[in-house]
Write a protein that binds this ligand. Structure first.
Ligand code: CTP
Length: 403
């Protein structure tokens, strides 16, 4: 199931592409934006089409670019620069060449990009890309300062390998970094978690029997990773403590752990600096009494009567023992969902519990349904939805909590 909640739904970005080798990164940025629900309108500087085809951007955005090759650009009317400028909630010039920066700074308007920029009155991001010598030229610096003084935000450039083969300042930010800045700009919904530090655990813990065997569970970590992504989009600083092998979402600090006791130590170290804990990990309740340093031979597992047994001890209840100003946990149940989850909420002294009916094929799936339960007895029963959307509702609930 696809997410119905997208970070940039109802937003429009005007993507201005100028003549630079880094123009090949503009399609990647437009793809990230459209996937996040954003409408992307592109306009090209005079020579940008030598670097990237307008047709490519038309295919990726579904909108006709404002570029020389599209002539009068009928869909935008008689004055395309004016109607395009009106559509945008943010103007992103990416890549911004030295020449385009100079033009925009001086108010020149003789190609689709500069015509639209001059007609536009909203916020803008300028993402420079050029050779170090051009970037360090005092004229470029002046042009950038001028644009900044008029309200534009400069993103980058950074130091790194350049098209010339040299290493130095002038390299454009990666499309994901520009994308993150755009999401942050729109504040996803209202950026209400800005300044908050959230620790999120994810995945099933592995309790070692020996170097090749362990006891674990079916948790994939997808729910915890979705929570981390949404918390980041709401503006929080996120530490993801994960035992899963899923990739780390961008702009999120990750600490890899394996066992419950490693997760416990990681949380003890994090607790004094964080505001909120969301315990989405499926912590194994028990671990083998011994973790053998060598692979145990089959015959050594057998007792005299040929039955097999592994001696186990109980793991600490992590969420109950750590101290965070706000604690949220999950309850994986197969029966009496609400009653069992409510008693865990009390026993573990939580601010909210997400009750999950795990008989419904939740593990590893892209979807989940849950009931959010609060200490005052309030319940919010949510239908089946993508894990990203469920993460959204869980985090939105923090608005009503003391956090
Ligand atoms: N949890 C924990 N430490 C444990 C076991 C669970 O912190 N040793 C956390 C889980 O991460 C989850 C919540 O407690 O957020 C509830 O976990 P769950 O497995 O549903 O409950 P248990 O306390 O293990 O109880 P039971 O297994 O009897 O259902």
């Amino acid at each position: 199931m696809k997410s119905k909640i997208k970070p940039l739904s109802d937003k429009t970005v005007i993507l201005g592409i100028s003549a630079s080798i880094a123009a090949y990164k503009a399609p990647a940025l437009s793809r990230l934006l459209t996937k996040a629900g954003c409408s992307v309108e592109t306009c090209f500087s005079e020579n940008a089409e030598h670097f990237i085809g307008a047709e490519t951007l038309r295919g990726l955005t579904g909108n006709i670019p404002y570029a020389k090759t599209y002539g009068s650009h009928e869909s935008l009317g008689a004055e395309p620069h004016l109607s395009l400028a009106e559509r945008g909630g943010l103007f992103v010039v990416c890549p911004a060449s030295a020449s385009t920066i100079a033009k925009l700074s001086q108010g020149l308007s003789n190609d689709p990009l500069s015509l639209t920029y001059l007609s536009y009155t909203g916020p803008s991001f300028i993402v420079p890309s050029m050779a170090t010598e051009m970037w360090e030229n005092s004229q470029t610096k002046e042009n950038c300062e001028n644009l900044k003084s008029k309200g534009a935000t400069l993103l980058g450039p950074v130091s790194g390998p350049l098209a010339s083969g040299k290493d130095g300042f002038g390299r454009m930010l990666e499309p994901t970094e520009v994308y993150n800045a755009i999401v942050e700009h729109f504040g996803r919904v209202d950026g209400f978690l800005k300044g908050k530090s959230i620790v999120i655990t994810a995945g099933g813990t592995k309790e070692r029997i020996d170097p090749v065997r362990y006891i674990s569970n079916d948790s994939s970590g997808k729910m915890g990773h979705a929570l981390a992504e949404v918390a980041r989009d709401f503006g929080a600083e996120v530490l993801l403590i994960s035992s899963s092998d899923l990739e780390t979402p961008s702009n999120i600090k990750r600490q890899q752990v394996e066992s419950a006791s490693e997760m416990h130590s990681a949380l003890e170290a994090a607790q004094s600096q964080a505001d909120i804990l969301i315990m989405a990990a499926a912590v194994a309740d028990f671990r083998p009494t011994e973790n053998a340093s060598h692979k145990i031979k089959k015959s050594d597992f057998l007792s005299k009567d040929s039955s097999r047994s592994i001696s186990i001890v109980e793991n600490a209840d992590i969420v109950a023992s750590v101290t965070f100003p706000t604690k949220i946990a999950f309850a994986a149940e197969t029966e009496d969902l609400v009653d069992k989850a409510t008693s865990k909420l009390k026993r573990k002294n939580l601010d909210m519990i997400v009750a999950n009916d795990v008989t419904k094929g939740v593990f590893g799936s892209e979807t989940n349904s849950a009931t959010l339960i609060f200490p005052d007895g309030t319940q919010n029963e949510l239908p089946k939805m993508s894990k990203y959307d469920l993460a959204y509702y869980i985090l939105r609930s923090l608005k009503d909590l003391k956090a």
